[in-house]
Design a protein around this ligand. Structure first.
Ligand SMILES: Nc1ncnc2c1ncn2[C@@H]1O[C@H](COP(=O)(O)OP(=O)(O)OP(=O)(O)O)[C@@H](O)[C@H]1O
Length: 253
């Protein structure tokens, strides 16, 4: 059974339709990249699926009560603001909140998950640094660690690799791929179509308020889809490293 299933799912913002009749079912073991031009509705799709903004139609997550949803789904928003100067360790520990009662001290298991999440994003040695004193990429990685520490079946992440250096973009995508290999599900929005093609098991292309294409990266990143939705021509080839993609040129004015 899929944890995330959307049917006849529509969202309007300020009276304007943004997404119409979305049908999307995500299975365990998938690393799903949500792609589409600026304004296509990637953030809106994830926020509405989480119930953060109103929607119409069916969303399986809406059937969960708040506590169950917090134990089932981790959310990493695009806004990386952390208002308080708490330590990296304390920020990542917030990911454990759904697993223990309010006011209870972290268990050894909580501490293990936090340490492991910090290790996975390469922030060992930063545990006691205030989050407000991190670089923007380091703060992004701390927020990814918070989502990892939550130990959920599903992670939704809004442009998690934006602003990361190349090595950390790759290692973050590899971390998500490893989670998917373990039977968890990761759905992320992403503008880097090269990394999307290389690491995602499935791409969902949003455009014209709908799902334009949904499937393996090579099929979704077709010449026609790239021209019609992104207005670009690109190079895409299957290589010994997997699919290699490069945007080449804008097609029209
Ligand atoms: N609060 C809001 N009120 C009205 N319209 C909004 C609001 N938030 C977003 N929109 C509009 O909804 C559409 C989808 O926005 P959304 O942020 O989901 O796009 P996106 O695909 O995530 O874009 P980007 O790639 O730029 O992050 C856009 O046209 C945007 O202008």
């Amino acid at each position: 059974m899929s944890l995330l299933a959307l049917q006849d799912f529509s969202v309007s913002l300020a009276g304007q339709p943004v997404l119409r009749d979305i049908r999307l079912e995500v299975q365990p073991g998938e690393l799903v990249g949500i792609i589409g031009p600026n304004g296509a509705g990637k953030t809106t799709l994830m926020r509405a699926a989480l119930g953060l903004i109103p929607s119409e139609g069916h969303c399986s997550l809406a059937e969960l009560d708040d506590g169950s949803r917090a134990r089932a789904v981790a959310w990493m928003p695009q806004d990386r603001t952390v208002a308080w100067p708490i330590s990296v360790e304390a920020l990542v520990m917030l990911g454990r909140m759904p697993h223990r009662g309010p006011g209870l001290r972290p268990s050894p298991e909580d501490r293990t998950h936090v340490a492991e999440a910090i290790r996975r994003v390469g922030l060992q040695g930063f545990e006691h640094r205030a989050v407000t004193k991190l670089s923007s990429g380091e703060r992004t990685r701390a927020l990814i660690a918070r989502a990892l520490a939550q130990q959920t079946s599903l992670i939704l992440a809004d442009e998690p690799i934006a602003g990361l250096d190349p090595a950390h973009q790759i290692s973050t995508m590899e971390t998500f791929a490893a989670l998917a290999d373990d039977g968890r599900t990761v759905m992320l929005s992403i503008h880097d179509l090269g990394l999307a093609a290389r690491h995602c098991t499935r791409l969902v292309l949003l455009g014209e308020q709908r799902v334009v294409a949904d499937g393996p990266p090579a099929r979704v990143l077709s010449r026609d889809n790239l021209a019609r939705i992104f207005n670009i021509e690109a190079y895409l080839s299957e290589t010994e490293y997997g699919p290699v993609y490069q945007s080449l040129r804008v097609l029209g004015p």
